[in-house]
Design a protein around this ligand. Structure first.
Ligand code: NAD
Ligand code: MG
Length: 307
């Protein structure tokens, strides 16, 4: 066993283990394109959801969670972490993502937890209104809601950004969040936690992501206002704001293609983040150990300055 006395500050192998610059590789993804929503199964290089690394310590024992967009990227890493912390997990995703979803559902079951598949399209009002009820019915209750599904399509010029795209981005990213959360309140008991995925884009919008960035600013306002509304009821609401994270969102027109090889290189750590690096933030906000944390935004962004 290594104790502090035995660790030489000059032992580079030992130091590298915890160096955030090198803990995950600095990736230079080849230019690639997938139709929306994009599959992790076809992502090059593959993303790290903590399959081989995340270790739970029982922080969410017996909890019941619904995670939208839980098939891939950040939501998949959160699903694996929640299961390893002892929670049963329902994931929502588009039917086209069945292959990715199956892998994550198997990972949840491998922890001896219940895994519930809830495929559907958040553009459909009926589906999103029924989502929380269905999760609660199949899990036998619901006490964690992670609103994480998101649509991001980069468009260079405002003249080329159609009303249709703006409407769909708002539908998936924010209107569905209102609907799912409203329906979830019937089920969420005191001590429950709601966590919304926002973005660094909320305060540092890319010129190519006007619609997307606007929804993320809306998510911030929704999160802070709802947090105050629900605090007296014993339900905590918080947000996680990721920086550039390597997920299928980025290769299904989320970024201009020519930007992919340098994706994430512009943050102080000099590399893109991996989905697994987000999971501890969601676990912290979901668990009772963050009982006094309300309306907060945890920025997990490689060091970008935040307001
Ligand atoms: P991802 O593609 O793995 O996850 C997004 C998920 O959203 C998809 O898997 C899909 O299941 C779901 N989704 C999209 N459209 C949908 C629809 N119409 N109906 C139902 N589900 C739909 O990518 P990700 O990067 O892990 O994204 C997760 C969240 O993180 C999103 O809210 C995104 O905005 C946010 N985010 C990502 C980054 C990043 O750099 N990757 C940065 C900041 C914020
Ligand atoms: Mg996906």
């Amino acid at each position: 066993m290594t104790t502090p006395e035995h660790t030489s500050p000059h032992d580079e192998t030992q130091m590298a283990l915890d160096n955030p610059v090198t803990r995950y590789p600095k990736i230079e993804p080849p230019k690639q394109d997938q139709p929306e929503p994009g599959l992790d199964a076809k992502l090059e290089p593959r993303a790290d959801h903590g399959e081989d690394s995340y270790q739970g310590t029982g922080r969410l024992k017996g909890r019941k969670a619904l995670i939208t967009g839980g098939d891939s990227g950040i939501g998949a890493a959160v699903a694996i972490a929640f299961a390893r912390e002892g929670a049963d997990v329902a994931i929502a995703y588009l039917p086209a993502e069945e292959e990715d979803a199956r892998k994550i559902l198997r990972a949840i079951e491998a922890e001896g937890r219940q895994a519930v598949a809830l495929p559907g399209d958040l553009l459909e009002v009926e589906y999103r209104n029924a989502l929380a009820d269905e999760a609660a019915r199949q899990l036998g209750g619901l006490d964690i809601l992670v609103n994480n599904a998101g649509k991001q399509i980069a468009i260079e010029r405002l003249e080329d950004l159609s009303d249709q795209q703006v409407i769909e981005t708002f539908q998936v990213n924010i209107l569905a969040m209102f609907a799912i959360t409203r329906a979830a309140l019937k089920h969420l008991p005191q001590g429950a936690s709601i966590i919304n995925t926002t973005s660094v884009q909320a305060y540092e919008p890319s010129p190519t992501l006007l619609d997307y960035a606007s929804t993320k600013a809306a998510i911030n306002a929704f999160t802070k206002g709802l947090a105050v509304q629900l605090a007296p009821r014993g339900i905590r609401v918080n947000a996680v704001a990721p920086g550039p994270i390597w997920t299928p969102l980025q290769v299904s027109d989320g970024q201009p293609k020519e930007k992919l090889p340098k994706f994430g290189h512009n943050v102080p750590l000099g590399r893109a983040g991996q989905p697994v690096e987000l999971a501890p933030a969601y676990v912290f906000l979901a668990s009772a150990e963050s009982s006094y944390v309300i309306g907060e935004t945890l920025n997990v962004n490689g060091g970008k300055a935040t307001p």
